[in-house]
Structures are given as C-alpha cells and as structure tokens.
Design a protein around this ligand. Sequence first.
Ligand SMILES: Nc1ncnc2c1ncn2[C@@H]1O[C@H](COP(=O)(O)OP(=O)(O)OP(=O)(O)O)[C@@H](O)[C@H]1O
Length: 484
Amino acid sequence: MTGGKVLIVDDDDAVRTVVAHALRRAGYSVRTAASLADMARELRTHPPDVLVTDVVLPDGDGIDHAGRLASERPDMPVIVLSARNTLTTAVRATEAGAYDYLPKPFDLDTLTRTVAAALKRGGAAAEDRVVEEEQLPLIGRSPAMQDVYRVIARVISNDLTVLVSGESGTGKELVARAIHDLGARRGAPFVPINMAAIPRELIEAELFGHERGAFTGAAQRSAGRFEQAAGGTLFLDEIGDMPIEAQTRLLRVLQSGEFTTVGGARTIRADVRIVAATNRDLQQAVAGGQFREDLYYRLNVVPVALPTLRERRGDIAELARHFLDRAAEAGLPRKTLAAEAVAALEAHDWPGNVRELENLMRRLAALSRDDRIGAAEVVATIGAAPAPNAGLSEALPDPGIEAAVRAMIERLAREEPGALDDGSLYDRVIGAAERPLIAAMLARHGGNQLRAARAIGLNRNTLRKRLDALGISPGARAAGSDEP
Ligand SMILES: Nc1ncnc2c1ncn2[C@@H]1O[C@H](COP(=O)(O)OP(=O)(O)OP(=O)(O)O)[C@@H](O)[C@H]1O
C-alpha cells in the first residue's frame, strides 16, 4: 500500500467517482465531498494528508478556501483542479499556496503522480495576495498554454532567470511582462532591450551605461539598462543576436552580481531579475559557436517554450474576438465573427503567429463592410495581407533590412562619427529606404505615379513632393501619363 489519506472535493459526481477509483487503485485511502460545507466537515472528522479540490463549487470558491487552509494547515498540500484554464486561475492557485494546479481535463496518471509528489513534499506556504481576474493579458486555454501558465505561476514568487523561446509573434514579451507584473518586483521598472535593434558596438554601453568621454560621442555619463531596471526586471529580447564580447561581459555580471560601466571604474550591484527571449534555436547557436554555452546554461534556468499559433488552433477564436474587442475599444467599428469566418481563421497557418492574427483582426475591423465578418472577407484579407511582420507599423523589419540598417549605422560610426549625434539619423536611414522603395514601385508601374502612390500607400501629392525632395529621375516621372 502506498498509504496516505486523500480528500477529493468536486461537485461533479463523475469526477469524484473516477478520481476516487484511480487513487484507491494506487493505494490511497480516499474520501469525497461535493461542496465547501462537506469539505469543512470532512476536514474536521477525517483530516486528510492531501486535499484535491475543484475551483467552482456550489457554495463558494475552492481556491479562496485553499488559501485559508494553506495558512491554517501548512502541512496539508492542496491540489487545485480547474476547468477555467486561464493564467489567472493558475496564478491564483499558486499564490493561495496550492501545491499544484491541474487544468481539466487531466489524465489520471498525472493526478496520481501529483498526489504522490505532494505527499512527499508536504504543503507550500501561502502568500497573502489577491490576483484580480482580467488583470492578466494572456489569452488561450489550450493545453500548450496551460503549461506556460503553470511555469509563470511558479516563477513569480522567486527571482530565477527565465528563458522564453518561441517563434516571432508568439507572445514572448507579453510573458516577460506578465512575470514582472505578477512578481514582487512589479513596483519597479520593466526594462526591455532588443539585441537585434541596437548597433553591435553600442550594446555594452546600452546595457551597463558609460562614463562621460568613454568613447567618441559619449558627451554625458549615461545610466545603462541594468541601472534603469534596478529593483525590477531586465528583458533581454533576441538574446541570440548578442555579440560574443557582450555575452562574455553579461556572463560575468550574472556570475558576480555586479557590473562596471563602460570606461568607468565604478562597480554597481546588479539588482535585476533577468528574463531573456529568443526566436532562434540557442542550442544550435551554441553548437555553431555563436553563443556561449556557459551563458546559455546561466540563462536557461527556467525555460518557457511558447507554442506557435498553429499548434494551438483551439485558441484562435477566443484570441480573434479579444482583438476585435480591443479594436472596438480603440474606436474602430464593433464587429462580430460568423462561424464560417472562425473556421477560416482556424484553417490558416499563421506564420506570424498571434501578432499576425492581431493585425488581421484590426484590418478586418477597419475594412469589413458588414457588422458580421464573413469567411470570404477573412480569406480575401489573409490573401491580401503583407508578409507577417513586414508592416512598417509593427516596426519589425525583416532580417535583411535590419542588417542593412545596422551596417549603415556602423559605417556612419566609422566614417562620420558626428552623424550619430547630430540628429540627422532619421532622415539618413529612412531616406535611404524610401528612395529604393519609391524607385522600385515607379518602375513596377511603368512610371505611373498614381498607381505607384496607391501601391505604396501615399497620396499622389505626397509622392510628388517626395520625388522632388529625393531628386528621383524625371524619366520615371514623365512616364506618369495620367498626371495633370
Ligand atoms: N496569448 C496572447 N494573448 C493575447 N495577446 C497576445 C498573446 N500572445 C501574443 N499576443 C499579442 O501578440 C503581439 C505579439 O506578441 P509579443 O510581442 O509578445 O511577441 P514576441 O514573441 O515577443 O514577438 P517577437 O519575437 O517578434 O518580438 C502583441 O501585440 C501581443 O500583445
């Protein structure tokens, strides 16, 4: 006999019967209750070693009750079962001091293993904090997201380093923010830094700060992101793009808990929680020599792997409705989705993941003629959509553009150092992209300015002004035969 007394609380007869049967077979002595009142009686008359409780019970909330029990009887682990399956439930259960949280449906082996582990470890300490419904931004009840919520719920009460991986647009930054907003550091800043968006030679100064005169152009002492995030969370986005020298420095900081500013003798204690994110396979980068193995292990203390949207198609309808609500809150017309429209959304592969869905719903809210969006509109709008992440409004250039911009900044830093400080960068960089864009679209439309302007998304007068400003060849303009 395994031994151990288990009390199961659930108002669903079938759940009580099946779970009780499975646990008895595993050697436990099992009693059941169908309400909080029954539970209270059982706790007095037959105190169990482990309590397994549902959340929604006819006379109250199982998690609230578990919270009270965890402080009154810290030696009795509580396992929470729930069909609500939101991040809020996972976090509430963990914060209430529950030993574990199992989303329904669960398999009986998992429950039996969880009960066995709970008996070995004993109860967890309760923390006195209320997590409001609606406070949490992550949408999705699929099993894959449940795993994510469980990990988040486990890391918010500590400072362990978290490495979030997943394709672009899967919600890595949102997860990092949730960890910060729910944890003890939520009163201090959440500071993101994207390694792919900062010129390589400036990354160390950005992270650790620099002293006046540390390098050409360093006119003032400047606090780095480590200092800005003091007491809070530093989010190292696209960590796989970090240059190897900066990796070495970051590793030293993680090992020693201190950092030195660039060009300075000042040593500062690093008081940050680190959450890093990557859409690249970091293990492959380690194998290829682009990422330090020791740093990888330092960062990968708690891994969170985000599912792609196509791996959790069951969440698409809820996400789509959520984004339509958000569009309506932002002033766009309020729309609903026809059932066939939902099916069309579920059939798409979503290479740009949740971000692509969010953009599509915003576009549909703005463009759809009917209040109820139909399947044909969904299909047409998906077909007409730019490649994921190519929208300028997302400020997410493709890797080719990113590399070109970075190379341009590096060249300017080398050849015209003043150019990085004289306020001309926007015109220089954006101008450099605008010229080939306009030239290519004019060429594509045989020099017809009206059509090129439409294709680019400018009005014709603006295009004409830009042609003048950029001095683009009159040959292309003359061909615009529909010009007045
Ligand atoms: N589970 C989710 N629920 C609601 N919104 C989500 C969810 N996941 C992602 N989003 C939304 O999708 C967009 C993309 O998410 P986010 O920026 O966190 O992705 P990411 O993985 O960090 O992307 P990238 O790798 O391109 O930086 C955001 O607007 C975010 O709010």
